[in-house]
Ligand binder design. Structure first.
Ligand code: ZN
Length: 277
C-alpha cells in the first residue's frame, strides 16, 4: 500500500470515526442520529461549524476546547478517530473486498459498543441486531467466516457467556455478566466462528484480569463497582482476528488434537517408523 494511499485511508477512517463519536454520544441518550443534523457542543449546545469538525485537525487547532464556550472537549473524541483510522488501515491491509469492508464495519460497531459500555454500562440492542444482520449478509454472500462455523460460533458464544453469567451469579452472589454481554458474545461468535471466538474470549478475559490487577495494585480510586466486559471482549476479538495466522497452529490443535500430526507429517520420511494419520 503506497504511503499516500495509507494517509488517505487513515483520514477516511477517522472521518468514519467522527460519525462513530456521534453514535457514541447520541444513542445512549436517545437522541436521533439524523436530527439534529449538525453536531453540537455537549456543554453549550451550539452547533459545530464544519471547519471545527475536521477529524483530529480541529481538535488540535482548537487546543481541545470548544470555540464558543471554551469548555474542554473530551480526548475520547480524537482517540476514537485515531482508532477508526487505524482500523481502516488494518482491515484493508488484510485484503480489499466485501469481506474486509464487512469486518471493518464489525470492528467499528464493536468500538461504539465498547465506548458506550465503558461510559454507561449498557450495550444497545439495536447495534447488536444490525451487526447480526450484517453478519448474516456476509455469511450468505461472502462465506465469512468460512466453512459453516458462524452458527456454531453464535451458539458457543451465547452458551459460554450464559454459563459464565450463571456461575458468576452463584460465586459472587450478584450479576457478574449482563445479558448484553451474552448477546454480544453470540454476535462476536457468529462473526469469528467458534474457534477464534474461544481465543478472543480467552484474550479478552486475560486483558480484563490484567486491568483489574493493575487498578487493584495502584489502589486506584477509579476502581469501578462493575467492570464493563465489552471493551475487553472487543480487544480480544481484534487480537484474535489479527493473529489468526499466528495462532492457527494452536487453534488446529485445540479443535482436533490429532491435527498436530499434519504438522509433523513432513518428518515422516526421516523417521525410522511411520505415523498413521
Ligand atoms: Zn461549547
Amino acid at each position: 500500500m503506497a504511503y499516500a494511499d495509507s494517509v488517505l485511508i487513515f483520514f477516511a477512517g477517522s472521518c468514519a470515526g467522527s460519525f462513530l463519536n456521534v453514535c457514541i454520544y447520541r444513542l445512549p441518550r436517545g437522541i436521533g442520529l439524523l436530527a439534529p443534523r449538525r453536531s453540537f457542543c455537549p456543554a453549550c449546545r451550539v452547533s459545530i461549524r464544519w471547519p471545527d469538525n475536521i477529524p483530529l485537525f480541529s481538535y488540535l487547532c482548537l487546543g481541545g476546547r470548544c470555540r464558543d464556550c471554551r469548555s474542554a472537549i473530551s480526548p475520547v473524541y480524537p482517540l476514537i478517530e485515531i482508532v477508526s483510522g487505524a482500523l481502516a488501515l488494518l482491515c484493508l491491509a488484510r485484503g480489499v473486498g466485501g469481506a474486509a469492508f464487512i469486518y471493518l464495519l464489525f470492528f467499528y460497531a464493536l468500538l461504539v459498543i465498547s465506548a458506550i459500555d465503558l461510559a454507561h454500562r449498557i450495550i444497545p440492542n439495536r447495534i447488536l441486531l444490525l451487526l447480526l444482520l450484517l453478519g448474516v449478509a456476509g455469511t450468505l454472500q461472502l462465506e465469512m467466516p468460512p466453512g459453516g462455523i458462524a452458527l456454531p460460533g453464535l451458539l458457543v458464544g451465547a452458551l459460554l457467556l450464559l454459563l459464565v453469567r450463571w456461575l458468576g451469579g452463584i460465586i459472587f452472589r450478584r450479576e457478574a455478566l449482563g445479558m448484553g454481554d451474552v448477546k454480544l458474545g453470540a454476535v462476536v461468535g457468529f462473526f469469528l466462528g467458534w474457534q477464534s471466538f474461544l481465543l478472543a474470549l480467552f484474550l479478552g478475559a486475560l486483558l480484563g484480569l490484567l486491568s483489574v490487577a493493575f487498578l487493584t495494585c495502584r489502589q486506584s480510586r477509579e476502581m469501578p463497582d462493575t467492570i464493563p466486559f465489552a471493551p475487553f471482549l472487543s480487544s480480544g476479538c481484534l487480537l484474535a482476528w489479527c493473529g489468526e495466522s499466528v495462532f492457527s497452529f494452536q487453534l488446529s490443535v485445540i479443535s482436533s488434537p490429532l491435527s498436530v500430526l499434519e504438522w509433523i507429517a513432513p518428518l515422516n520420511a526421516h523417521l525410522p517408523f511411520t505415523i498413521n494419520q
